[in-house]
Design a protein around this ligand. Structure first.
Ligand code: SF4
Ligand code: SF4
Length: 191
């Protein structure tokens, strides 16, 4: 099967690339009027350490390091709600994707870990039509090449299993979302 993982590079990138990506992200949100609609629309905002509205402001104020250290953009699952609802018509999902590329280009282990988690999550959803937790985590552990990592997740896994939130088998509709992902990729100029 064709490898459809998002193309995120985990190697340190030249400064020029980082400057270019940062400028692109800032341009995308320059017209933000701080209304907060993006935060209110985001299904993942509850788990973010910076609200999207707050993060755009920090980005424009040049607080790049603080933004790149946050987990906000990694938690963006590209649902496009904020992009559709922003009264300024700003490409917020694309700005989130730009921040992911920028953070991954730092090439450090913390960002690599987050980037791989995101990559495997999206790949799993694309392949199965929904997240299949066991398959997703197995692929993530393999990609990380860290034999001790599964131990870190064991308590959480057991808790989820006890609450019936962790499916051991698959119930998704395999391949159903493939055309949708392909369409978005082509609209974003990624293929
Ligand atoms: S919805 Fe748009 S204008 Fe409102 S805070 Fe978010 S980015 Fe800014
Ligand atoms: S595209 Fe990302 S940031 Fe925007 S609402 Fe969806 S999950 Fe939240």
């Amino acid at each position: 099967m064709k490898n459809t993982r998002p193309s995120i590079s985990f190697t340190p990138a030249p400064l020029a690339f980082k400057d270019q990506e940062l400028a692109a992200a800032q341009d995308m949100v320059r017209a933000c009027m701080q209304c907060g609609t993006c935060t209110a629309s985001c299904p993942n905002a509850f788990a973010m350490d910076l609200a999207p509205r707050q993060m755009w402001r920090m980005l424009l104020f040049g607080l790049t390091q603080e933004v790149l250290e946050s987990r906000t953009f990694w938690l963006c699952s590209a649902c496009y709600s904020c992009t559709l609802r922003c009264p300024r018509g700003l490409p917020l999902t694309a700005a989130m994707a730009t921040l992911k590329r920028l953070a991954a280009a730092e090439g450090d282990s913390a960002n690599r870990k987050k980037a791989l988690f995101y990559q495997e999550f999206m790949h799993n959803v694309e392949q199965n039509g929904r997240i299949q937790e066991m398959g997703f985590m197995c692929h993530y552990f393999l990609a990380m090449h860290d034999p001790l990592l599964p131990l870190e997740y064991t308590p959480l896994g057991l808790k989820l299993l006890a609450k019936g939130k962790l499916r051991l088998g698959g119930r998704g509709q395999r391949g159903r979302l493939g055309p949708l992902f392909a369409k978005v990729r082509s609209m974003e100029g990624a293929s």
